[in-house]
Design a protein around this ligand. Structure first.
Ligand SMILES: O=C(O)CCC(=O)C(=O)O
Length: 304
């Protein structure tokens, strides 16, 4: 049975040529480029392949075998949630992880919650498609969910299904569960030590594990504590690659309604890049044009 209607395999479609950081790793925080943040803004996630060193993956698998992670109260700052020296603190300090996270959610985010997701061998069922938590209409802020895979995830291990470009279509948690397959959905296969960073609104779900191996994924949700404005390396802000990423369509988008996704993306990019005039095909500019309202404001201002 073919589960996915992938238009391209996840490894080439969802990220530029995978970035492998396993050996010879720099100790300097590696901020994302504008093109990478634009890609995240369009896709709703960013993939960092094999960025966690082998020894840490082995350590994680030992810790995760117990099946639980210590509870963290909602909204706890990272240093209080994960003490110095703990596995999670070291994971978050890896330069590529730290840089990507800071680029999206800023320095010193709070931990919303964390959870160890385990899919048992031959478990017989998949998780319905969902977005985490309540419907969320914030236009200029988002949480980031980190998903960490300590082991190689092969096609039969029930890797996380993600619907690229779904994060700005506002839905309520599990109401998407009735959708079985969407064109362009991707089911993760990845090398050990892979990290995904996802917009909180992304539609996703754990798939059925048909293998004989337990499959772990450790998820941490982060809340920003600063405005999410130009937090990345903005040197390439005017590069054509940025506009190219932001104009991307996805196979499941409807001919007309799909434009709303790009419109909402434009609004998010205006906020992230502090560029209130940014647009694609004049869509956001046209429907924000209200001369009567502007004239009324001008009159009001001139009379006070
Ligand atoms: O197990 C997975 O791959 C995904 C689980 C998940 O993200 C969830 O339950 O929200």
């Amino acid at each position: 049975m073919v589960e996915n209607y992938q238009w391209l395999p996840i490894t080439t479609h969802d990220s530029p040529p995978p970035r492998f950081y396993g050996c010879g790793m720099s100790t300097t925080k590696q901020l994302l480029s504008s093109a990478e943040v634009a890609r995240f803004t369009a896709h709703g996630f960013l993939r960092l392949d094999g960025v966690v060193p082998r020894e840490m993956n082995e350590e994680a698998l030992t810790v995760f075998a117990a099946g639980v992670v210590p509870p963290v109260p909602y909204g706890t700052p990272v240093p209080a949630a994960f003490p110095e020296g703990s596995f999670t603190r070291r994971l978050l300090r890896l330069p590529v992880v730290a840089g990507a996270l800071e680029s999206l959610v800023g320095p010193d985010p709070d931990v919303d919650h964390h959870f160890l997701h385990t899919r048992m061998p031959h478990e017989g069922s998949a998780q319905p498609l969902h977005a985490d938590a309540l419907i969320d209409v914030r236009p200029d802020a988002f949480d980031v969910q980190l998903m960490y895979y300590p082991q190689e995830v092969t096609a039969d291990m029930g890797g996380t299904l993600v619907v690229p470009g779904s994060h700005l279509r506002r839905i309520n948690e599990s109401d998407t569960g009735r959708y079985q397959n969407l064109r362009g959905q991707t089911r993760l296969t990845c090398p050990a030590g892979t990290v995904l960073l996802l917009h909180h609104g992304i539609w996703h779900g754990g798939r059925r594990n048909d293998s004989g191996t337990v499959r772990h994924m450790y998820k941490i949700r982060f809340n920003p504590t600063v405005p999410q404005v130009r937090l990345w390396d903005t040197r390439d802000l005017d590069s054509p690659a940025v506009r190219e990423e932001l104009g991307r369509s996805f196979p499941w988008y409807e001919q007309a309604t799909g434009r709303l996704e790009i419109h909402n993306r434009v609004l998010l990019w205006r906020s992230l890049s502090a560029d209130p005039g940014f647009d694609i095909e004049h869509w956001a500019t046209r429907i924000a044009n209200r001369p009567a309202v502007s004239a009324a404001h001008a009159t009001l201002r001139s009379t006070v």
